[in-house]
Write a protein that binds this ligand. Structure first.
Ligand code: ATP
Ligand code: MG
Length: 395
C-alpha cells in the first residue's frame, strides 16, 4: 500500500491572486524539509497538497519534518489505493487496524470529488460501515461523537484512506514575506522572536555581536545551536558574527556609565542595519518585551528605534516571560538558552542603568566619543568589515 501525506493549507487559502506563488513556495519548502529522508513529489489539486515519497522513506520522519513547515493548517497520512470498493474496503481495515481495534465507536466520512465514481458518498459510508462492523464486531457506530472517524476520499487519481489529522505549524510559507535580520543573543527571547517571524513567512538572516575576550567561543557556539533549532522551522539562516569589542570599549571609556547600555544598543542597531541591508533584509527583528529590563522601557525603546532606519520587529513585545518560555520549550531552544555563557550585553553593565533615558540626552552623551577623537564611522566600518558570515542549517 502506497502511503502519502495530504496537506491542508492554512491562511494560504485567503491569498487570492497570489495563491499560486504561495503554493509554489510551500511546495518548495516541503521538498526541502523532507529532502534528508529522500526525494518527494509535491503536487496540488483541489485545494489539497499531496506529498509522495519517490523512494523508500521513513514516513514517520517525513511527517515530522513536514509538520514544522509553515503555511500548513493540518496534515494527515493516507493510504493511496485503486478506486474500487473491492480494494478500498480491505485496505481500510488493514491501514487503520490499530485505530479500529482500540476504538469503541466510529463513523465513516466519505468525500467524493470524482463524481464519476459509481457510489455516492452516503453509499460509500454505508458499504464501509457494514464492512468494518463485520470485521471488528466490538465496534458500534456513533455519528455524533465517535472515537474514530474513518475518512475515505475518492479523488481523480485514486482513493485515499486517512489517518487521524495532526495540526500543522500554521503561519505562512517562509520566503513569501521577504527577508528580515534577527538580532540574536544567547537568551530565551530572541530565538522565539526569530521563530515567530519565520512563521509569518519571513526568511531569516541573523547578526550576533561578540566581544572577545569578554565573550567566549562557547557563547558563539550557543548562538549557532539556537539557530540550528530555529532553522528546523525556518530553513537555512545566514549568520553574521560581528566583532564588537572595540566599540564597546570605546563606549565604556568615554560615555556616561548610566547610559552605556542604551548607547551600545544604538550602535548594535546601526551595524545590524548595514549588514541586514547588504543581505537583502527589509527589517530587523529583536526579542525585546516591554518592561523586561532597563533597556526595554518605552523610553529606552524610543532611543534604540531612533538609531534605526528600517523597521524593528519585536514579536514578543507584549508577551510575559512565561509565554515566551512556553514557545521556547516547544521549539526546543529553552535548554540551550539557559546555558550560562555570557553575552556582550552583560559585559559592561552599569550598576544603575537609566530606565528612562531621554533621546536628546543620549545623543548628547554619544558626542563624548567624537570629543575623544574616536573615529566612530571608521570603527563601525571595521566592525562591518570584520564580520564573519556562515550558513546555519537545521539540526
Ligand atoms: P534575550 O533572551 O533574547 O537575550 P534579553 O531579555 O536577555 O533577551 P537583552 O539582553 O536586553 O534582553 O537583549 C534584548 C534583545 O537585543 C535581544 O532579544 C536580542 O534581539 C538583542 N541582543 C542582545 N544581545 C545581543 C547580541 N549579543 N547580539 C545580537 N543581538 C543581541
Ligand atoms: Mg539576553
Amino acid at each position: 500500500m502506497n502511503e502519502i501525506i495530504l496537506i491542508k493549507n492554512g491562511e494560504l487559502a485567503l491569498k487570492g491572486l497570489n495563491r499560486r506563488s504561495f503554493e509554489e513556495a510551500l511546495s518548495r519548502n516541503i521538498q526541502k524539509a523532507a529532502a534528508p529522508c529522500g526525494p518527494v513529489k509535491v503536487f496540488c489539486s483541489q485545494s489539497t497538497m499531496y506529498v509522495t515519497p519517490l523512494e523508500y522513506a521513513d514516513i514517520d520522519e517525513v511527517t515530522e519534518r513536514v509538520s514544522r513547515v509553515f503555511g500548513i493548517a493540518a496534515l494527515s497520512r493516507a493510504a493511496e489505493v485503486e478506486k474500487n470498493m473491492d480494494q478500498i474496503l480491505p485496505a481500510v481495515c488493514e491501514y487503520l487496524r490499530d485505530e479500529l481495534e482500540s476504538a469503541d465507536t466510529f463513523k465513516v466520512n466519505a468525500k467524493r470529488a470524482d463524481k464519476k465514481f459509481p457510489l455516492k458518498s452516503p453509499e460509500i459510508c454505508v458499504a464501509a460501515g457494514e464492512y468494518i462492523l463485520n470485521k471488528f464486531p466490538h465496534l458500534s457506530v456513533d455519528v455524533h461523537e465517535p472515537d474514530l472517524t474513518v475518512t475515505i476520499e475518492i479523488r481523480d487519481a485514486a482513493a485515499y484512506i486517512h489517518k487521524q489529522p495532526i495540526r500543522g505549524a500554521g503561519g505562512l510559507p517562509v520566503g513569501t514575506g521577504g527577508r528580515a535580520c534577527v538580532m540574536i543573543s544567547g537568551g530565551i527571547d530572541s530565538p522565539v522572536a526569530s521563530w515567530m517571524m519565520a512563521k509569518r513567512g519571513l526568511e531569516l538572516s541573523a547578526v550576533n555581536f561578540a566581544s572577545p575576550p569578554y565573550t567566549s567561543r562557547r557563547a558563539e557556539d550557543k548562538v549557532r545551536s539556537l539557530l540550528e533549532k530555529v532553522a528546523r522551522w525556518s530553513g537555512d539562516i545566514r549568520l553574521h558574527i560581528v566583532p564588537f569589542t572595540e566599540i564597546q570599549e570605546a563606549i565604556r571609556d568615554y560615555c556616561p556609565e548610566d547610559m552605556l547600555t542604551v548607547i551600545m544598543r544604538r550602535y548594535m542597531i546601526k551595524i545590524a542595519e548595514i549588514i541586514a541591508r547588504k543581505d537583502g533584509a527589509l527589517a530587523l527583528v529583536s526579542g525585546e518585551s516591554v518592561g523586561q529590563v532597563a533597556s526595554q522601557t518605552l523610553r529606552a525603546l524610543q532611543c534604540t528605534d531612533a538609531a534605526a532606519d528600517m523597521p524593528v520587529l519585536r514579536p514578543v513585545i507584549g508577551m510575559d516571560k512565561e509565554e515566551i518560555v512556553s514557545i521556547a520549550r516547544k521549539i526546543d531552544t529553552f535548554d540551550i538558552s539557559i546555558l550560562p555563557y555570557e553575552d556582550c550585553c552583560t559585559v559592561f553593565t552599569p550598576k544603575h542603568p537609566k530606565t528612562k533615558p531621554i533621546l536628546e540626552k543620549v545623543i548628547q552623551a554619544e558626542k563624548a566619543l567624537e570629543c575623544a577623537e574616536v573615529n566612530v564611522n571608521a570603527m563601525i566600518e571595521r566592525a562591518v568589515n570584520g564580520t564573519v558570515a556562515e550558513v546555519v542549517k537545521p539540526r
